[in-house]
Structures are given as C-alpha cells and as structure tokens.
Write a protein that binds this ligand. Structure first.
Ligand code: URA
Length: 430
C-alpha cells in the first residue's frame, strides 16, 4: 500500500495515532528521498508541537534504524557506544571512544555534525587535516574489529532517514523535541547494533533540555527504547549551564582533548569521559566490571598510562588524519581578550551564548551547506571559582576578523556568570 503523506501530516497535526507500518513507510521514503522536504518539515513541526506516544516514538526509532543497514558483528570483544544529546564544548567523545577501546571494548561510533547552537563531533574531527569521517560501513566495521574504534558520520547506508531529518530539524526550529531526539539518536545507535549504549543527557542553559525534569524525561525515553530493543543502557543527566572544559570551537576542542588524552586537561572533561566510559564497561561487560567504582579506577589507569592516546593516534592514522599537521595549524587571524566587566567570583560563561556566538563566528552552521571555520572559538583563562577584579582578562576570543572579534567579545563579556555555586556535573543516573 502506498503511503498517504498528507494523511500522516494531518494525523500529527491533529494528535491522532499513526500505525507502525505507516511510520516505517514514511522513514523509508525519507531515507530514499521519496518525500519532498516541505512535507517532512510540516510533519516535523506537527510532531514538535504535539509529540508522539511512547509506542510511536519506539516505532519511529526502529523505522529510522531500518531505513538503512543494521550492522552484523562477528565474535569479538563486547560492543558499546555513548551518545550525547548535544552540548557546548562537549568534546567527551574524542577522549571516551579511544579510552573505551583501550579498556577492551569495540566502539563503533556514528556521530553527528553541529546541531543548532551545539557542536558536532564530526566537525571537531575534521579540523584534523585529512581525517575522513565518510568511511563505508564495511571499512568502518573492519577498523573497529582491528583497532577497537572508529568514528564516522552517517552514510547513505546508515540510518539515512536521520540524515535528512537532522538537517531539516536544524533548519526548521524543531530540534528540541523528546520524541524527535529519541528517534534521531536511537535510529543511528541501534543501527550500530552494540551490546550497550550510554547516554549523556544534557540539562541547562546550553542544552536542548533546559530543566532537569525535561532531561530526565528524555533520559527515560532513550533508555526505554534501548531496553525494549534489547540493548543494555544507562543515562547520565549532566549539567550544561556552562561549556565543558575551557574551550568551545572545533580545533580548540581537539587541542583540549589531546591534553586530556595526555593525562592533563580540565578536570570536568577528564572526569566525565572517565565516568561515561566506566558505565560503558559496566553495561557491556558486567562480568569483568561489576561496579562503576572499579571501572572508574580502571579507566583512569588507561588514560594515565597513555593507552587511550595510543588508540586515538591509531584511529586518526587509520582514517587518514595528520596530527603533525594539526599541531602546526595557525591560531585564528584575530585573538582578542575578554575582560571582566566587574569584580566578583567568576563562574564561567553562559553555555548557550558561548555556542550561539561561536556559531555566529563560523564555528557552526545555520544551513547544512555552510562551511565551518575550524579555528574560531572561545577559550576560558580564569578558573570557574576565581575571585577576579574589574578588567582582569578572563578569556580569549579566537575570530576570523576584527569585526567578529568585537561582536563576540561584547557578547561574551555580557554573558559571564558571577557569584553563584557551580552545580554538580552529574545530576542523575537513570
Ligand atoms: N544528537 C542526535 O543525534 N540527534 C539529536 O536530535 C540530538 C543530538
């Protein structure tokens, strides 16, 4: 039976239930380019406004998964992945994926590009000259079997419906929707066919879920779909009021990740990467790692003894990247100071403003065709609990032009956070 797309849009508009078969046909047509963008966009807005039921969300997530290939793995170490719901300064995957591989897991990580004001792992990786995120599924799986880790973007084979949906959501203000985020993440992640998935569900100013309650709802939606699909999972609800670490911007974040992989770097990036990796081990290999505390100690060891760095270097090499050339990348053409407009206890920068401003400087996209400038961004210099006086330089703007640097420095200095307690990084484990 052919799909009546008009009827499907009207059902979403009027809050009427849609059958699993129709959602399957819809996702499959989106994946093959059989539905015009304007109809998909209309459906997205209707779902954004009216939501989907838990059953429809599950069916649509499975339909997105089945719009492409589902990987079939041979014998080998347990398979696990992690996915973040979108943050600012969120470079965790760059540390976590090689770390998890160094801890003995196979990590087939299919990541996304920037979405709205949030950054994308693929854009960060592409700031390493030559790094190829467009491997075929075959090559990707071969690399995972050989060195334990590969990081790519969606292909026309892998959850292709999400590729289209992701781009259209970004262009139609329909990103912040629990069923759409669930189907987007789970469509890709279930296509990887891993034993376990750990979710980093962001809550706060710089997240799509602004409150802890909304983030918890999203965490439950993701773990419900994972559980009902036979995949072990945990979701950590983590704070996204301020950017993670000290930097926002693609090349700056890769540089910071390399510091963490060398055993240094900011404490929040290191600790969150370790904790999420530990939960991957607990979920995927509970016999060897029965409790999170033991797994955390094991992960710290693998980060500090250079095993995770060694895995990262191999992955970059396998995917054509040149770390030496990355080390020689210049700074952005203009690097300007951001000064404290007052005295007080400096508590960092508003994560939403950080993400939006770096996007405005060319570090993110407004349309999928936009090119990324890998060099622009924000770099925090002051500690997040530091007593500073008026005029102290608290951070740097890395910009492509004087005009952008002035615009960004103005926005940053009026969005600094003052005199407030720094909330715990991990708010909840689901
Ligand atoms: N990551 C995704 O893959 N999709 C979303 O919708 C949000 C974050």
């Amino acid at each position: 039976m052919t799909l009546n797309v008009l009827e499907l849009i009207a059902s979403a508009r009027d809050g009427r239930k849609v059958s699993r078969d129709d959602l399957y046909r819809f996702a499959s047509s989106i994946g093959s380019g059989g539905v015009p963008d304007y109809q998909v966009a209309a459906w997205l807005m209707a779902v954004y406004l009216n939501g989907l039921s838990a059953e429809e969300t599950m069916a649509f997530a499975h339909a997105v998964r089945d719009s492409g290939t589902v990987m079939r793995w041979g014998e080998g170490p347990p398979l696990a992945d992690k996915h973040s719901t979108g943050g600012v300064g969120d470079k965790i995957s760059l540390v976590l994926a090689p770390l998890a591989a160094a801890c003995g897991l196979r990590v087939p990580m299919v990541s996304g590009r920037s979405l709205g004001h949030t950054g994308g792992t693929l854009d960060k990786l592409e700031s390493i000259p030559g790094f190829d995120v467009r491997l075929s599924v075959e090559k990707f799986m071969g690399q995972v079997d050989e060195i334990g880790v590969s990081m790519i973007g969606q292909t026309s084979d892998l959850a292709p419906a999400d590729r289209k949906l992701y781009a259209l959501r970004d262009a139609t203000a329909t990103v912040e929707s629990i069923p759409l985020i669930t189907a987007s993440i789970m469509g890709k992640k279930l296509a990887e066919n891993t034993d376990a998935i750990v979710f980093d569900v962001k809550a706060g100013r710089g997240a799509f879920m602004k409150t802890r309650g909304e983030a918890l709802e999203l965490a439950r939606s993701l773990t419900r779909v994972a559980g009902d699909s036979g995949v072990e999972s945990r979701a950590l609800v983590t704070s996204m009021d301020r950017p993670l670490g000290k930097t926002v911007g693609n090349a700056l974040e890769v540089r910071e990740s390399l510091e963490v992989l060398r055993g240094g770097g900011p404490g929040d990036v290191r600790e969150l990467a370790v904790l999420l990796t530990a939960y991957m081990l607990v979920c995927a290999d509970p016999e060897s790692h029965p409790v999170p505390d033991g797994a955390v100690a094991f992960c710290r060891e693998k980060l500090d003894d250079g095993s995770a760095m060694e895995r990262f270097v191999r992955m970059v090499k396998y995917q054509g990247g040149d770390l030496e050339a990355f080390g020689k990348l210049p700074h952005a053409p203009v690097v300007a100071s951001v000064k404290a407009p007052r005295s007080g206890v400096f508590c960092g920068l508003d994560a939403y403003v950080a993400g939006e401003t770096v996007r405005a400087m060319g570090g993110g996209r407004y349309t999928m065709e936009d090119d990324i400038d890998p060099l622009v961004g924000w770099e925090r210099l002051a500690r997040r609990d530091e007593e500073v006086t008026h005029g102290t330089v608290v951070g740097l703007v890395h910009a492509g032009s004087d005009e952008d640097a002035r615009m960004a420095a103005d926005r940053f200095s009026s969005s600094l956070l003052w005199d407030m307690p720094v909330p715990p990084l991990v708010m909840e484990v689901v």
